[in-house]
Write a protein that binds this ligand. Structure first.
Ligand code: PLP
Length: 366
Protein backbone atom coordinates (compact mmCIF):
# COMPACT_ATOMS: atom_id res chain seq x y z
CA UNK A 1 0.00 0.00 0.00
CA UNK A 2 1.13 3.54 -0.54
CA UNK A 3 -1.07 5.05 2.14
CA UNK A 4 0.47 8.32 3.25
CA UNK A 5 2.24 8.54 6.56
CA UNK A 6 1.80 11.50 8.82
CA UNK A 7 5.04 13.02 9.98
CA UNK A 8 4.62 14.12 13.58
CA UNK A 9 4.94 17.92 13.73
CA UNK A 10 7.32 17.37 16.65
CA UNK A 11 9.84 15.43 14.52
CA UNK A 12 12.58 17.80 13.36
CA UNK A 13 13.20 17.90 9.60
CA UNK A 14 15.51 15.05 8.62
CA UNK A 15 15.43 13.10 11.88
CA UNK A 16 13.11 10.33 10.64
CA UNK A 17 14.85 8.04 8.14
CA UNK A 18 12.86 5.59 6.01
CA UNK A 19 13.54 1.86 6.25
CA UNK A 20 15.02 1.45 2.76
CA UNK A 21 18.06 3.11 1.22
CA UNK A 22 19.86 2.79 -2.11
CA UNK A 23 23.58 2.07 -2.54
CA UNK A 24 25.97 1.97 -5.52
CA UNK A 25 29.73 1.54 -5.33
CA UNK A 26 32.36 2.46 -7.86
CA UNK A 27 35.56 0.61 -8.60
CA UNK A 28 38.17 2.59 -10.49
CA UNK A 29 35.68 5.22 -11.47
CA UNK A 30 32.89 2.94 -12.76
CA UNK A 31 29.71 2.70 -10.73
CA UNK A 32 27.83 -0.55 -10.43
CA UNK A 33 24.03 -0.71 -10.67
CA UNK A 34 22.45 0.58 -7.44
CA UNK A 35 20.93 -1.79 -4.93
CA UNK A 36 17.93 -0.98 -2.77
CA UNK A 37 18.59 -2.36 0.72
CA UNK A 38 17.36 -1.99 4.31
CA UNK A 39 18.69 1.21 5.88
CA UNK A 40 21.68 0.21 8.01
CA UNK A 41 25.03 1.62 9.18
CA UNK A 42 27.69 1.83 6.48
CA UNK A 43 30.85 -0.26 6.63
CA UNK A 44 33.51 2.36 5.95
CA UNK A 45 37.26 1.91 6.18
CA UNK A 46 38.54 4.30 8.88
CA UNK A 47 41.21 5.33 6.36
CA UNK A 48 38.55 6.31 3.77
CA UNK A 49 39.54 9.40 1.76
CA UNK A 50 36.31 11.27 2.57
CA UNK A 51 36.90 11.01 6.32
CA UNK A 52 40.33 12.64 6.04
CA UNK A 53 40.31 14.88 3.01
CA UNK A 54 36.66 15.90 2.71
CA UNK A 55 35.93 14.24 -0.64
CA UNK A 56 32.18 14.14 -0.06
CA UNK A 57 29.17 15.90 -1.56
CA UNK A 58 25.43 15.44 -1.37
CA UNK A 59 22.07 16.55 -2.71
CA UNK A 60 18.62 17.23 -1.33
CA UNK A 61 15.42 16.83 -3.34
CA UNK A 62 11.83 15.87 -2.68
CA UNK A 63 9.14 13.47 -3.80
CA UNK A 64 5.68 14.96 -3.25
CA UNK A 65 2.38 13.17 -2.76
CA UNK A 66 -0.25 15.07 -4.72
CA UNK A 67 -3.83 15.60 -3.67
CA UNK A 68 -4.53 13.01 -6.38
CA UNK A 69 -2.37 10.61 -4.29
CA UNK A 70 0.21 10.30 -7.09
CA UNK A 71 3.85 10.56 -5.92
CA UNK A 72 6.07 12.80 -8.06
CA UNK A 73 9.78 13.53 -7.90
CA UNK A 74 10.58 17.19 -8.48
CA UNK A 75 13.37 18.11 -10.92
CA UNK A 76 15.52 15.06 -10.19
CA UNK A 77 17.51 15.77 -13.35
CA UNK A 78 18.63 19.21 -12.11
CA UNK A 79 19.64 17.84 -8.72
CA UNK A 80 21.57 15.02 -10.34
CA UNK A 81 23.31 17.51 -12.65
CA UNK A 82 24.37 19.48 -9.58
CA UNK A 83 25.59 16.34 -7.80
CA UNK A 84 27.69 15.50 -10.84
CA UNK A 85 29.09 19.05 -10.93
CA UNK A 86 29.93 18.85 -7.21
CA UNK A 87 31.66 15.50 -7.81
CA UNK A 88 33.66 16.96 -10.66
CA UNK A 89 34.84 19.94 -8.59
CA UNK A 90 35.80 17.64 -5.70
CA UNK A 91 37.67 15.30 -8.09
CA UNK A 92 35.38 12.39 -7.21
CA UNK A 93 34.29 9.70 -9.68
CA UNK A 94 31.24 11.13 -11.46
CA UNK A 95 28.27 8.73 -11.61
CA UNK A 96 26.20 8.51 -14.79
CA UNK A 97 23.13 10.70 -14.77
CA UNK A 98 20.81 7.80 -15.60
CA UNK A 99 22.24 5.65 -12.82
CA UNK A 100 21.52 8.26 -10.16
CA UNK A 101 18.06 9.08 -11.46
CA UNK A 102 17.19 5.40 -11.62
CA UNK A 103 18.49 4.98 -8.07
CA UNK A 104 16.29 7.82 -6.80
CA UNK A 105 13.16 6.60 -8.56
CA UNK A 106 13.70 3.11 -7.11
CA UNK A 107 14.35 4.57 -3.67
CA UNK A 108 11.07 6.48 -3.71
CA UNK A 109 9.20 3.48 -5.03
CA UNK A 110 10.62 1.29 -2.27
CA UNK A 111 9.52 3.84 0.34
CA UNK A 112 6.15 4.78 -1.17
CA UNK A 113 4.29 4.17 2.05
CA UNK A 114 6.62 6.65 3.74
CA UNK A 115 5.71 9.57 1.46
CA UNK A 116 3.64 11.86 3.69
CA UNK A 117 0.54 13.70 2.60
CA UNK A 118 0.96 17.45 1.94
CA UNK A 119 2.37 19.62 3.40
CA UNK A 120 4.86 16.81 4.05
CA UNK A 121 7.12 15.21 1.44
CA UNK A 122 9.76 12.50 1.13
CA UNK A 123 13.12 14.25 1.24
CA UNK A 124 15.89 12.37 -0.59
CA UNK A 125 19.52 12.70 0.35
CA UNK A 126 22.03 11.20 -2.11
CA UNK A 127 25.60 11.26 -0.78
CA UNK A 128 28.79 10.60 -2.73
CA UNK A 129 32.05 9.96 -0.92
CA UNK A 130 35.60 8.94 -1.74
CA UNK A 131 36.45 5.56 -0.22
CA UNK A 132 40.11 4.96 -1.13
CA UNK A 133 41.71 3.65 2.07
CA UNK A 134 44.81 5.86 2.04
CA UNK A 135 45.60 8.43 4.69
CA UNK A 136 48.54 9.61 2.61
CA UNK A 137 46.33 10.74 -0.29
CA UNK A 138 46.08 14.42 0.71
CA UNK A 139 47.02 15.49 -2.79
CA UNK A 140 45.46 12.62 -4.75
CA UNK A 141 41.79 12.12 -5.59
CA UNK A 142 39.92 9.02 -4.48
CA UNK A 143 39.54 6.48 -7.30
CA UNK A 144 36.81 4.53 -5.53
CA UNK A 145 33.60 5.98 -4.24
CA UNK A 146 30.35 5.10 -2.54
CA UNK A 147 27.05 6.61 -3.62
CA UNK A 148 24.08 6.08 -1.35
CA UNK A 149 20.74 7.74 -0.90
CA UNK A 150 18.52 8.04 2.15
CA UNK A 151 14.84 8.90 2.23
CA UNK A 152 13.30 10.95 5.02
CA UNK A 153 9.61 11.72 5.48
CA UNK A 154 9.52 15.41 6.40
CA UNK A 155 7.09 18.10 7.35
CA UNK A 156 7.59 21.79 6.65
CA UNK A 157 11.14 23.00 7.34
CA UNK A 158 9.75 26.44 8.08
CA UNK A 159 6.09 26.15 9.07
CA UNK A 160 3.88 27.67 6.37
CA UNK A 161 1.68 29.24 9.06
CA UNK A 162 4.66 30.21 11.21
CA UNK A 163 6.17 33.64 11.69
CA UNK A 164 8.27 35.22 8.95
CA UNK A 165 12.01 34.64 9.24
CA UNK A 166 14.57 36.83 10.91
CA UNK A 167 17.89 37.10 9.06
CA UNK A 168 21.16 38.49 10.38
CA UNK A 169 23.26 40.10 7.64
CA UNK A 170 26.93 39.08 7.72
CA UNK A 171 29.08 41.51 5.76
CA UNK A 172 32.54 40.24 6.65
CA UNK A 173 32.68 36.46 6.48
CA UNK A 174 31.62 34.57 3.35
CA UNK A 175 29.55 31.39 3.70
CA UNK A 176 32.32 29.42 2.03
CA UNK A 177 35.28 29.87 -0.27
CA UNK A 178 34.48 31.58 -3.60
CA UNK A 179 35.43 28.63 -5.80
CA UNK A 180 33.32 26.15 -3.79
CA UNK A 181 30.12 28.12 -3.33
CA UNK A 182 28.38 26.08 -6.01
CA UNK A 183 29.47 22.73 -4.51
CA UNK A 184 27.04 21.02 -2.15
CA UNK A 185 29.68 19.76 0.20
CA UNK A 186 29.43 19.31 3.95
CA UNK A 187 32.51 21.48 4.55
CA UNK A 188 30.58 24.52 3.27
CA UNK A 189 27.92 23.99 5.92
CA UNK A 190 30.50 23.36 8.64
CA UNK A 191 32.24 26.64 7.72
CA UNK A 192 28.99 28.56 8.19
CA UNK A 193 27.98 26.90 11.46
CA UNK A 194 29.87 29.25 13.79
CA UNK A 195 28.46 32.36 12.13
CA UNK A 196 24.91 31.01 12.17
CA UNK A 197 25.25 29.88 15.79
CA UNK A 198 26.42 33.34 16.88
CA UNK A 199 23.61 35.06 14.95
CA UNK A 200 21.09 32.81 16.71
CA UNK A 201 22.55 33.44 20.13
CA UNK A 202 23.16 37.17 19.74
CA UNK A 203 20.19 38.26 17.61
CA UNK A 204 17.62 35.45 17.74
CA UNK A 205 18.15 35.06 13.98
CA UNK A 206 16.75 32.06 12.09
CA UNK A 207 19.48 32.28 9.47
CA UNK A 208 22.36 34.40 8.22
CA UNK A 209 22.33 36.30 4.94
CA UNK A 210 25.93 36.17 3.74
CA UNK A 211 26.98 39.41 2.06
CA UNK A 212 30.78 39.53 2.21
CA UNK A 213 31.98 43.02 1.36
CA UNK A 214 28.35 44.04 0.79
CA UNK A 215 27.76 41.48 -2.01
CA UNK A 216 24.47 39.74 -1.09
CA UNK A 217 24.90 36.05 -1.92
CA UNK A 218 22.62 33.60 -0.08
CA UNK A 219 21.77 32.27 3.36
CA UNK A 220 23.27 29.20 5.04
CA UNK A 221 20.69 26.83 3.54
CA UNK A 222 18.67 28.67 0.88
CA UNK A 223 18.85 31.30 -1.85
CA UNK A 224 17.65 34.84 -1.25
CA UNK A 225 15.07 36.74 -3.32
CA UNK A 226 13.57 40.24 -3.32
CA UNK A 227 9.98 40.51 -4.52
CA UNK A 228 7.31 43.13 -5.11
CA UNK A 229 4.14 43.29 -7.19
CA UNK A 230 6.12 43.57 -10.43
CA UNK A 231 9.58 42.09 -9.90
CA UNK A 232 11.61 39.23 -8.52
CA UNK A 233 15.28 40.09 -8.04
CA UNK A 234 18.11 37.76 -7.07
CA UNK A 235 21.84 37.42 -7.47
CA UNK A 236 22.95 36.28 -10.91
CA UNK A 237 24.62 32.88 -11.14
CA UNK A 238 28.34 32.89 -10.35
CA UNK A 239 30.65 30.51 -8.54
CA UNK A 240 30.14 32.02 -5.10
CA UNK A 241 26.80 30.45 -4.12
CA UNK A 242 24.71 27.32 -4.55
CA UNK A 243 22.64 27.37 -7.73
CA UNK A 244 19.34 26.37 -6.25
CA UNK A 245 16.84 24.31 -8.19
CA UNK A 246 14.06 26.08 -6.28
CA UNK A 247 15.52 29.49 -7.18
CA UNK A 248 15.54 28.52 -10.85
CA UNK A 249 11.99 27.12 -10.63
CA UNK A 250 10.58 30.16 -8.80
CA UNK A 251 12.14 32.52 -11.35
CA UNK A 252 10.56 30.52 -14.18
CA UNK A 253 7.15 30.41 -12.51
CA UNK A 254 7.43 34.14 -11.74
CA UNK A 255 8.17 34.96 -15.38
CA UNK A 256 5.18 32.82 -16.43
CA UNK A 257 2.99 34.86 -14.07
CA UNK A 258 4.19 38.11 -15.63
CA UNK A 259 6.80 39.22 -13.10
CA UNK A 260 9.93 40.86 -14.39
CA UNK A 261 12.85 38.66 -13.33
CA UNK A 262 16.15 40.38 -12.62
CA UNK A 263 19.29 38.31 -12.05
CA UNK A 264 22.05 40.70 -11.08
CA UNK A 265 24.30 41.77 -8.24
CA UNK A 266 22.61 43.00 -5.07
CA UNK A 267 24.23 45.02 -2.34
CA UNK A 268 23.26 45.40 1.29
CA UNK A 269 22.13 48.99 0.86
CA UNK A 270 19.59 47.99 -1.79
CA UNK A 271 18.32 45.14 0.38
CA UNK A 272 17.85 47.43 3.38
CA UNK A 273 16.05 50.00 1.22
CA UNK A 274 13.82 47.27 -0.28
CA UNK A 275 12.58 46.37 3.22
CA UNK A 276 10.52 49.58 3.33
CA UNK A 277 8.30 48.70 0.35
CA UNK A 278 8.94 45.12 -0.81
CA UNK A 279 9.14 41.49 0.24
CA UNK A 280 12.01 39.07 0.78
CA UNK A 281 12.04 35.29 0.73
CA UNK A 282 14.30 32.26 1.01
CA UNK A 283 14.09 29.67 -1.77
CA UNK A 284 15.18 26.07 -1.29
CA UNK A 285 13.98 22.47 -1.41
CA UNK A 286 13.49 22.44 2.35
CA UNK A 287 12.41 26.07 2.73
CA UNK A 288 10.18 26.05 -0.41
CA UNK A 289 9.62 29.83 -0.48
CA UNK A 290 9.67 31.25 3.04
CA UNK A 291 8.96 34.90 3.79
CA UNK A 292 11.45 37.09 5.64
CA UNK A 293 10.01 39.47 8.25
CA UNK A 294 13.08 41.15 9.69
CA UNK A 295 16.75 41.80 9.04
CA UNK A 296 19.40 42.49 11.63
CA UNK A 297 22.21 44.68 10.34
CA UNK A 298 25.03 46.00 12.52
CA UNK A 299 22.95 45.06 15.56
CA UNK A 300 19.89 47.07 14.40
CA UNK A 301 16.61 45.48 13.37
CA UNK A 302 14.95 46.46 10.10
CA UNK A 303 11.38 45.24 9.57
CA UNK A 304 10.56 43.89 6.13
CA UNK A 305 7.15 45.13 4.94
CA UNK A 306 4.68 44.57 7.76
CA UNK A 307 6.86 41.82 9.24
CA UNK A 308 4.87 38.89 7.84
CA UNK A 309 5.30 36.90 4.60
CA UNK A 310 4.09 39.05 1.71
CA UNK A 311 1.36 38.30 -0.86
CA UNK A 312 3.79 37.84 -3.76
CA UNK A 313 5.81 35.34 -1.74
CA UNK A 314 2.59 33.46 -0.95
CA UNK A 315 1.48 33.59 -4.58
CA UNK A 316 4.72 32.16 -5.93
CA UNK A 317 4.98 29.56 -3.17
CA UNK A 318 1.44 28.37 -3.95
CA UNK A 319 2.17 28.28 -7.70
CA UNK A 320 5.34 26.23 -7.17
CA UNK A 321 3.68 23.78 -4.79
CA UNK A 322 0.81 23.33 -7.25
CA UNK A 323 3.25 22.06 -9.90
CA UNK A 324 5.07 19.85 -7.38
CA UNK A 325 1.79 18.30 -6.22
CA UNK A 326 0.29 17.83 -9.66
CA UNK A 327 -2.44 20.45 -9.21
CA UNK A 328 -1.14 22.70 -11.99
CA UNK A 329 0.03 21.88 -15.53
CA UNK A 330 3.68 20.86 -15.79
CA UNK A 331 4.56 22.03 -19.31
CA UNK A 332 8.31 21.72 -18.75
CA UNK A 333 8.21 18.17 -17.44
CA UNK A 334 9.64 19.09 -14.04
CA UNK A 335 7.90 16.25 -12.25
CA UNK A 336 8.42 12.53 -12.64
CA UNK A 337 5.56 10.28 -11.61
CA UNK A 338 6.87 7.52 -9.42
CA UNK A 339 3.54 5.95 -8.48
CA UNK A 340 0.06 5.82 -9.82
CA UNK A 341 -2.78 6.91 -7.59
CA UNK A 342 -3.55 4.37 -4.86
CA UNK A 343 -7.20 5.18 -5.58
CA UNK A 344 -6.84 3.23 -8.82
CA UNK A 345 -6.47 -0.54 -9.11
CA UNK A 346 -2.88 -0.40 -10.39
CA UNK A 347 -1.40 0.92 -7.17
CA UNK A 348 2.35 0.65 -6.90
CA UNK A 349 2.60 -1.67 -9.86
CA UNK A 350 2.67 0.35 -12.99
CA UNK A 351 4.29 3.75 -12.70
CA UNK A 352 3.09 6.15 -15.33
CA UNK A 353 4.97 9.06 -16.78
CA UNK A 354 1.99 10.75 -18.39
CA UNK A 355 2.66 14.43 -17.78
CA UNK A 356 6.14 14.20 -16.34
CA UNK A 357 9.48 13.70 -17.98
CA UNK A 358 10.70 10.44 -19.43
CA UNK A 359 13.18 10.03 -16.59
CA UNK A 360 11.42 6.86 -15.55
CA UNK A 361 12.39 5.04 -18.70
CA UNK A 362 15.42 3.35 -17.20
CA UNK A 363 13.76 2.31 -14.00
CA UNK A 364 10.59 1.10 -15.66
CA UNK A 365 12.73 -1.38 -17.48
CA UNK A 366 14.57 -2.57 -14.36
C1 PLP B 1 23.41 26.89 0.80
C2 PLP B 1 22.17 26.58 0.03
N1 PLP B 1 21.78 27.46 -0.91
C3 PLP B 1 20.68 27.23 -1.66
C4 PLP B 1 19.93 26.09 -1.48
C5 PLP B 1 18.72 25.87 -2.34
O1 PLP B 1 18.94 24.85 -3.25
P1 PLP B 1 17.74 23.98 -3.82
O2 PLP B 1 16.69 24.93 -4.20
O3 PLP B 1 18.32 23.28 -4.98
O4 PLP B 1 17.31 23.07 -2.73
C6 PLP B 1 20.28 25.16 -0.50
C7 PLP B 1 19.48 23.98 -0.31
O5 PLP B 1 19.92 22.92 -0.09
C8 PLP B 1 21.45 25.40 0.27
O6 PLP B 1 21.83 24.55 1.20
Amino acid sequence: MSSPTTVPQTAAFGTVIAGTMAVATSRNGRFEHAEVVPTAPLALDPAAHALHYGSVCFEGLKAHRGHDDVVRLFRADRHVDRLRRSAELLCLPVPDRELVIDMLVRLVRANLAEVPAPPGALYLRPVLLGTDANIGAAAAPSQDALLYALASPVGDYFRADGPALRLAIETELPRTTPQFGQVKSGANYAMALGVIGRARADHGADQVLFAPGGDVQETGAANFLLLDDDRVVTKAIDGSFLHGVTRESVLTVAADLGYEVEERDLDVEEVLAWAAHGEMALAGTAAVLAGVGALVHNGCEVQVGDGSPGPNTERLRTALLAVQRGQAPDPRGWTTMVSASSRGSDEGRSPRAAAGTDLLGASQRS
